[in-house]
Design a binder for this molecule. Sequence first.
Ligand code: ATP
Ligand code: FE2
Length: 327
Amino acid sequence: MALILGIESTAHTFGIGIVRDGKILANVKETYTTEQGGIIPIESAKHHAKVKEKVLLDVLDEAKVKIKDVDAIAFSQGPGLAPCLLEGMKFAKKIAGKLKKPVVPVNHCIAHLEIGKITGAKNPVMLYVSGANTQIIAYASGKYRIFGETLDIGAGNFIDTFARYAGIGFPGGPVIQKIAEKSKNYIELPYKVKGMDIALSGILTNLKQKLESKEYSLSDLSYSMQETVFAMLVETAERALAHTDKNELLLGGGVACNSRLQEMCRIMCKERGAKFFCPDRSLLVDNGAMIAFLGEIMFKKGIKEDKLGNIDIKPRQRTDEVEVEWR
Ligand code: ATP
Ligand code: FE2
């Protein structure tokens, strides 16, 4: 039996989760938001430094466990914003040093994927749609292989930037979803699918021009943006299902909170007789539980580090670089 604490701090969210035997005992987080404009990395790191002790106390309280009973401290090693990653790592090392327990360095994107196993998906194609990343991934011989991805920006960052042009603060995704629900009027936008890859920056420029022209309502543009971009995601995901001959689709990452994206994935899966899986919202956006969950799997396979000096952050680590030694 292992009791693992997982720390998430890659970007906007500082979260700690506690997991025991694949069960989430508690998942507490504080998120840096703005009224207007995007994330400023240093400001987000300051936010993390300010909230970390309180998040720790709250998560221990909620899980009803004592810090001394924790077996290892997992933390998000990368990819992410360096100042934010550093806050998480420093805190992980501080706790580990005090308790004389090992740390488990976890890849953030793979944690977004592995937490999907909690839904019962066995061997899925994964559509991972978050802030910085948009990838279609499947596991094959020792690695998470990327079958398709965005050629420029992640879908979450794309939506957040569109929102910013419209004067909406960070994160824009949930607000844009609400605004989109008010329209059914489709306005033609560029549709950019290349094989299993997608491109978003041209659509962003087009949307910006349409906003500035003041000829279109924000709800029509938000609706049309979602319909277009989500159709691109679903099309490429379907192609990956056909190509890999798999019959499960797992949706993950923060943008997966969007109920229209979920609905479109569900319809596509139904039409081709595939099963659709999507974890609970609390596990989709950045959170500590997903880090603790993968941390526990790795810890049980002996993947851990006792010498804290050997560990550093990896701001640019890619999903398909990681040797998946725990499967
Ligand atoms: P990455 O995992 O690539 O490092 P991240 O950690 O910033 O990126 P997540 O926390 O997984 O990303 O997701 C955050 C993103 O999800 C933000 O861009 C936010 O706007 C988006 N998002 C959250 N809810 C919704 C929603 N309902 N509709 C669309 N987007 C959403
Ligand atoms: Fe994330």
